[in-house]
Design a protein around this ligand. Structure first.
Ligand SMILES: Cc1cc2ncn([C@H]3O[C@H](COP(=O)(O)O)[C@@H](O)[C@H]3O)c2cc1C
Ligand SMILES: O=C(O)c1cccnc1
Length: 350
């Protein structure tokens, strides 16, 4: 498994000095300053650059989808994968807009997909088992998913990308994310269950009941091994995303975390390798109530608050230009010295 080192902070004060001496009042670029500092620390330079931004959407099916926990049937997963491959989904639009290279990974959808140029085929199975009455996947399948995720990231990194976003598609996967969030953040289940693709109140209550039944059946606790929690309640795309995220951090890439489901994969990665936090930028806060709680647990400050609840990596793609702006001001904005004004004499507050 990947081994992630915390970012070396020896150059932190030099980067902070560079940020503080730009031609602006101290701290006036707010969150952009924090992002610039973080990217500079990840790349260990005061002139960071973003190269070949990439997005990986991991898709897989979920046995739990057959228990009435989603507003949509399982078949929508493969239909959306085809939509991604034909360029018609929201994530296609935003990646195209920002020149982000989009890769789709079959992590285990319930169909045989033909070859496509941007389809990476790494299926672990034809969907997980329902975790209502058994584990979602075997330990071997989980290991295979984690390893495949690492391979996907390694290949993308070798193509010259140093910033990578993670998204997903899998009908029923907010159910996995809810339980993972509840367990890994030690929160009551109800607080982590949302309406997913659009359940009404009674359907939401049924989702809570099904997930509680699964929790009661398995009798795991937050102290349980995180791999055990992942194999029991996870999905192939969630496990693969966790492996891919860990590898990205190990390689010193900037990791863009999308919404509720991507964050649940991040929680698994974080439980295994806490230093991954140094490499992660949390791109938005989803409407799913468990997402805000997971971000609070991680003490993460998301960039965007747009009430989105789609997944696919859309929040990460939409946030990308903000990160680019952070890097650009650090590289291109003049300092007081360069602008020929003395900070002390002329631009001090009166
Ligand atoms: C057309 C369509 C496109 C999507 N794109 C992402 N999701 C999102 O919704 C699903 C999770 O919600 P739940 O747990 O309620 O099934 C995931 O596939 C997620 O990526 C979609 C869902 C639908 C229906
Ligand atoms: O935030 C997400 O990732 C999300 C929310 C609802 C449905 N699908 C994904």
């Amino acid at each position: 498994m990947a081994s992630i080192k915390p970012c070396n902070r020896d150059i932190l004060s030099a980067i902070q000095h560079k940020i503080d001496h730009k031609t602006k009042p101290l701290g006036a670029l707010g969150g952009l300053e924090e992002i610039a500092l973080q990217v500079a620390l990840i790349q260990q330079t005061d002139t960071p650059h973003l190269t070949k931004p990439s997005m990986v959407v991991f898709a897989a099916d979920h046995g739990i989808a057959r228990e009435g926990v989603s507003a949509f049937p399982q078949e929508v997963t493969v239909q959306m994968v085809q939509n991604f491959l034909h360029g018609g989904a929201a994530i296609n639009v935003f990646c195209k807009q920002h020149d982000i290279e989009l890769h789709i990974v079959d992590a285990g959808v319930n169909a045989d997909l033909p070859k496509y140029p941007n389809l990476i085929q790494k299926p672990v199975g034809k969907g997980t088992a329902s975790f209502l009455s058994g584990k979602a996947m075997s330990l071997e399948a989980c290991g295979q998913a984690l390893k495949s995720g690492e391979e996907v990231t390694l290949k993308i990194s070798q193509s010259g990308s140093n910033i990578i976003g993670f998204g997903e598609m899998g009908i029923g996967n907010t159910s996995s994310a809810s339980i993972l969030t509840s367990m890994l953040c030690r929160l009551p289940l109800r607080d982590c269950v949302g309406k997913g693709t659009g359940l009404n109140e009674s359907q939401w209550q049924k989702k809570v009941d099904v997930l509680q039944e699964a929790l009661d059946f398995h009798q795991l606790s937050p102290e349980s091994d995180s791999i055990d929690i992942l194999t029991t309640f996870g999905g192939f795309e969630i496990a693969m995303m966790a492996g891919a995220m860990m590898k990205a951090a190990e390689l010193g890439m900037v990791v863009l975390v999308d919404g509720f489901i991507a964050t649940s994969a991040f929680l698994v990665a974080h439980a295994l390798q806490p230093a991954i936090l140094d490499y992660a930028i949390f791109c938005h806060v989803s409407e799913e109530p468990g997402h805000k709680k997971a971000l609070d647990f991680l003490k993460a400050k998301p960039i965007l608050h747009l009430n989105m609840r789609l997944g696919e990596g859309t929040g990460a793609a939409v946030a990308y230009p903000v990160i680019q702006s952070a890097v650009n001001f650090l590289n291109e904005m003049a300092s007081f010295e360069e602008a020929g004004v003395s900070e002390k004499d002329e631009v001090k507050p009166v």
